[in-house]
Design a protein around this ligand. Structure first.
Ligand SMILES: NC(=O)c1ccc[n+]([C@@H]2O[C@H](COP(=O)([O-])OP(=O)(O)OC[C@H]3O[C@@H](n4cnc5c(N)ncnc54)[C@H](OP(=O)(O)O)[C@@H]3O)[C@@H](O)[C@H]2O)c1
Length: 254
């Protein structure tokens, strides 16, 4: 599909920091967007501001979200050029205190959610369609402080490679976008929660910055830029790849 072809995107987590920035980029690129999140009133507000946004209140942790998303996409009636799974995970705490049962819930939400939305739009996918999962740096750089996100995003990387194998023969590409710590409300909340270690929220944020040799946090606009780049036909060469948007934080070579 060429960038001029129009079409629609499904953005899960559209009211969040990452999903919201992605939605705005995709709208600028000329795509209609089916915006998925649980909070109906926030979605309605977005749709009131932009007629190119169709609100789809749904919980992607539940099976019935699939039918809701499929119905919304059918209403838009255009080919699905991109699916973005950017649902946020609830804070789960460090390894020392994480509820073991919560790990399964997190995987069910992020990986199960990705599968639900992909299956929902499957008949509307075609050559050039993109499946994009937003994972995170700690999936490949394990750290006991970010236990739940690390485990979930590692599993997500595996699922994305499976999707790449499964959908590649149809010309549909799959991608993992793995940001480092982002300058967002969510990170502030996580820092607040981690402040029990006897250090302040700002000191925790500084620790996150220290992961980058540039002493910076990646921004959501940088993540949205990378996601929108995947619309280009040349992005077929990135099929199955992980885009690490971590401002140099990654230690592993591959
Ligand atoms: N922030 C960071 O530092 C950072 C760094 C690396 C990676 N990431 C990844 O980026 C993703 C998004 O993070 P964020 O900072 O944008 O989070 P956020 O601002 O908290 O937004 C989360 C979004 O997900 C939606 N959501 C949550 N649970 C949902 C569910 N069950 N079904 C449907 N929608 C759901 C929320 O809306 P409702 O509550 O209305 O459902 C909201 O739109 C996460 O997967 C995270 O792991 C974040």
């Amino acid at each position: 599909m060429s960038p001029e072809a129009g079409g629609q995107a499904v953005v899960v987590g559209a009211t969040g920091a990452v999903g919201g920035a992605v939605l705005r980029r995709l709208r600028k690129a000329g795509l209609s967007v089916v915006a998925v999140a649980r909070d109906e009133s926030r979605l309605a507000g977005m749709a009131a501001d932009d007629p190119g946004v169709l609100p789809c209140p749904a919980d992607v942790g539940e099976d019935r979200s699939g039918a809701l998303i499929a119905t919304a996409c059918e209403r838009v009636g255009e080919p699905v050029r991109m699916v973005v799974q950017a649902a946020g995970l609830p804070a789960s705490g460090p390894l020392s205190s994480v509820d073991p049962g919560l790990l399964g819930t997190l995987v069910g939400l992020k990986l199960g959610g990705l599968l639900r939305v992909v299956r929902a739009v499957e008949p509307m996918l075609g050559p050039g369609s993109r499946l994009v999962a937003v994972g995170g740096h700690f999936g490949s750089e394990p750290q006991p402080q970010t236990c739940g996100a690390g485990v979930t995003n590692a599993a997500l990387a595996n699922l994305v490679r499976q999707l790449a194998d499964h959908y590649g023969p149809r010309g549909v590409t799959a991608h993992l976008v793995a940001p480092g710590p982002l300058d967002t409300e969510r990170l502030s909340r996580l820092a607040e929660a981690a402040a029990h270690r006897g250090i302040t929220r700002d000191e925790v944020l500084d620790e996150y910055r220290e992961h980058s040799p540039m002493h910076r946090l990646t921004t959501v606009d940088e993540v949205a830029w990378a996601v929108a780049l995947l619309l280009d036909p040349e992005a077929v060469a990135l099929h199955g790849a992980t885009l690490a948007l971590d401002s140099g934080a990654r230690r592993g070579l591959f």
